[in-house]
Design a binder for this molecule. Structure first.
Ligand code: HDE
Length: 736
């Protein structure tokens, strides 16, 4: 009998990882000084005392009480008792990775930032992705905005691009942020629901704040359910400034464009994943990096000359608006590659502290009132979260350049500053550290001329709340639009207060009557007679001055806003489930697996039992998971292998049939060996199998049946590249 192959597991795999070469750069070298490795070392206390017994506390006799004297026990337990720090007040759930940024072409025309002018050096980065509303342990697949925060460790200090995966935001002024977050977080009396916006307080607030309409369209779209953190865009949201060496300023919007395209999962699937694998995105990111499938994103810039500040029908300072790519194209200027997982989640991903105010010369702020408020919040929040003002000394937060200033002391100070002088000016210390001239790289704020009265007002240019919400909606493909209708109907369906549902219909009405009608139908409510008004009004404000301005907007559609137009020519790092059982046809398994793996995909064999199957030719093939541990929602596509006995087993295996039903329901590519068609016969979609397997039909229906040859695998690769066959949802008759 053939020998059972043994996959590399446990220690062996761990040793492989240790031996794998780690990419070296200035930041990894600086982190290495703080990195500890216990391999081959003795155990000792925090003061260095070797420990003899870490199993028993000190007692009066072998059955007696524990003694207060036991300093070993006390040190260990005290440290443990204080292991937790407060989670982030928003974006608590996150995953991080190290990487590098490489510039394609110098941008001296626009900015003097050194890292945006040097095409030779790779700038080290640390990226943290996050959801917003949920707690640290919440599911990755919540319907939510995703954070996309990047710390560039440049030669001029850290630059943090603290963005999201949606280009706009809910509110226009930072003073409303605590209200927004209080509304979306679990309700304060019972702390329900976790990581979800589908509840009364969120929609209560939203329904009274029409400025959130555009962002609500994004949040209810599939953008809020990314397939992978590697397959979503990133946006700086605000308009920033770039400043060149001559002091000339241009406005800029920052973008991250994922090279794998922008892809999402279905809502039903997201809810399932949250149960089957709440770490789905974290695991996907980790596994991709471990396997060398390094996530890549291009940095995109929309550059707007300062003279064009008032050229658009929206205000560049309004974070509820985007600049359509048709009006200002995105220039791709460099590439971010995430190539190393953190060594320690807490030390790196949890302790990293981003701040929108961490800029370098050549990058500056605008007066966007959301941006301005963020400039206060980010350092302030770290003081509680990381326990004091010295969080910049935590290894992950340190710049790669040495730090010299007169800031001193405070909890957990690490640096031992020499000398008597901690003030400026000083004679005793030769006035060191010296200030830096602008010409030598000293940061000087952009000299913007401001003549104004001090007042709590919002410019009228901020009051068109709906035209870009409509632009987004009209730019969606039919399935994408249907998903927005479904999401709104779901979320408002979870709202108990009928008046809030009605108010929201009165908001949707102003975006698009068709949309409002569809949602009203699902809720079985009448469309309100009048639109819902803005209720975000100061006590002495005249309500008439605060109402939304109805505008058409210059564009009817923007291609860039639909995921239907994304990259669809790669299956790199996609996960394909290969369903099989004893008696399988080994040759066709090999053909399909090899072809998919050659394209950079991962194939997992799933069978009724773990470990291995014995194929029809008596060879043994490793099985990755059984139907008990695997689930369709964790894969991008499925192939059912042939072989008479295997097919008979799969046909009778309820979990295999459920796997296929679910894959069909979530519009995934399904491929079947020609002798395995009877397995499909056991599914509810057996009657929907097309009779024709021409390329056009396969790429329309997403179902392929045939012999595992080159033609078959080529078609399968194209299908998986398409990601999903959303049109399949139409009949809406799908169980599972
Ligand atoms: Fe944040 N935000 N935010 N935010 N934000 C935080 O800072 C805040 C906003 C974003 O992975 C907090 O360190 C205010 C927009 C990301 O560590 C806090 C306002 C965008 C992260 C904070 C906003 C973001 C945060 C909580 C309205 C996209 C996670 C923990 C004015 C451009 C960073 C922390 C990480 C985190 C405040 C709005 C992105 C409280 C006041 C708009 C990606 O400081």
């Amino acid at each position: 009998m053939a020998k059972t192959p043994s996959p590399k597991m446990g220690t062996e795999a761990a040793i492989d990882k240790q031996l794998a070469p780690q990419p070296e750069n200035a930041k990894t070298q600086s982190l290495a000084q703080h990195t500890a490795d216990a391999a081959g070392e003795q155990m000792n206390t925090n003061t260095g005392l070797p420990i003899n017994d870490d199993q028993n506390s000190l007692k009066a006799g072998d059955r007696g009480p524990s003694l207060l004297e036991d300093f070993l026990f006390r040190e260990k337990m005290t440290h443990f008792d204080h292991e937790r720090i407060p989670e982030r007040v928003v974006h608590a759930r996150g995953s991080g990775a190290h990487g590098v940024f490489k510039l394609y072409k110098p941008l001296g025309e626009y900015t003097k930032a050194a890292f945006l002018n040097d095409t030779e050096t790779e700038t080290p980065v640390f990226v943290r992705f996050s959801t917003v509303a949920g707690s640290r342990g919440s599911s990755d697949l919540a319907r939510d905005v995703r954070g996309f925060a990047t710390k560039f460790y440049t030669t001029e200090g850290n630059f943090d691009l603290v963005g999201n995966n949606m280009p706009v935001f809910f509110i226009q002024d930072a003073i409303k942020f605590p209200d927004l977050i209080h509304a979306v977080k679990p309700e304060p009396d019972n702390e329900i629901p976790q990581a979800a916006s589908a509840h009364d307080t969120f929609w209560d607030f939203i329904s009274l704040m029409p400025e959130s309409a555009h962002m609500v369209m994004w949040a209810m779209s599939d953008r809020a359910l990314p397939r992978s953190l590697r397959m979503m865009e990133g946006f700086g949201v605000h308009t920033f400034r770039l400043i060149n060496a001559e002091g000339k300023s241009s406005f800029v919007k920052f973008h991250w464009k994922p090279l794998l395209g922008v892809h999402s999962v279905a809502w039903d699937e997201a809810q399932n994943i949250s149960g089957k694998d709440p770490d789905f995105h974290r695991r996907d990111l980790w596994d991709a990096i471990e396997s060398g499938n390094f996530p890549e994103y291009e940095l995109g810039l929309q550059i707007i000359p300062e003279e064009d500040e008032f050229k658009y029908d929206f205000d560049l300072l309004d974070s509820t608006k985007l600049v359509p790519e048709e009006l200002v194209p995105v220039q791709r200027v460099g590439k971010l590659t995430l190539n190393r997982n953190p060594d320690n989640f807490f030390a790196e991903t949890e302790q990293v502290a981003y701040h929108i105010g961490h800029v370098v010369p050549g990058i500056d702020f605008t007066n966007d009132p959301l941006l301005q408020g963020r400039l206060f919040s980010y350092t302030d929040t770290q003081l509680t979260r990381l326990g004091g003002p010295n969080f910049q000394e935590i290894p992950i937060n340190r710049p790669i350049v040495p730090v010299h200033n007169n800031q001193r002391d405070g909890f957990m100070r690490q640096t031992i500053n020499r000398g008597k002088v901690s003030y400026n000016p000083n004679l005793i210390g030769n006035n060191d550290p010296q200030q830096v001239k602008e010409s030598a790289g000293g940061f000087v704020s952009y000299r913007e001329r401001i003549e104004a009265r001090k007042e709590r007002l919002r410019n009228r240019s901020f009051f068109d709340h709906f035209s870009q919400a409509r632009l987004f909606l009209n730019s969606q493909s039919d399935p994408e639009r249907n998903h927005i209708v479904d999401a709104l109907t779901f979320e408002l369906g979870k709202v108990k207060t009928i008046a809030i549902r009605e108010r929201m219909l009165g908001i949707l009405l102003q975006i698009d009557k068709g949309l409002a009608t569809q949602v009203a139908y699902g809720l079985r409510l009448h469309l309100p007679e009048s639109p819902s008004t803005n209720q975000s009004i100061p006590a002495d404000g005249d309500p008439a001055d605060y109402q939304s301005v109805q505008a058409e907007g210059t564009l009817a559609k923007s291609e860039a806003l639909s995921m239907a137009n994304t990259v669809k020519d790669t299956i790199k790092s996609r996960k394909i489930a290969l369903l099989t059982a004893d008696g399988a046809d080994a040759a066709s398994i090999k053909v399909v697996k090899d072809a998919l793996v050659a394209e950079g995909a991962t194939v997992e064999l799933i069978a009724p039992r773990q470990s291995y199957i014995t194929a029809a030719d008596d060879t043994q093939i490793i099985v990755d998971q059984s139907f008990l541990t695997a689930a369709s929602v964790l894969f991008d596509a499925v192939y059912v292998a042939g072989g008479t006995n295997a097919v008979a087993t799969l046909e009778a295996e309820a979990n295999a049939v459920h796997f296929l039903n679910e894959a069909f329901k979530h519009c995934k590519p399904i491929a079947v060996a020609d002798d395995a068609l009877q397995v499909i016969g056991a599914t509810y979609f057996s009657k929907k199998i097309p009779s024709d397997f021409s390329e056009a039909s396969v790429l329309r229906e997403g179902i392929l049946v045939g012999k595992a040859d080159k033609n078959f695998t080529n078609l399968l690769i194209k299908m998986i590249g398409q990601h999903r066959f959303w049109e399949r949802e139409k009949p809406r008759l799908i169980p599972a």
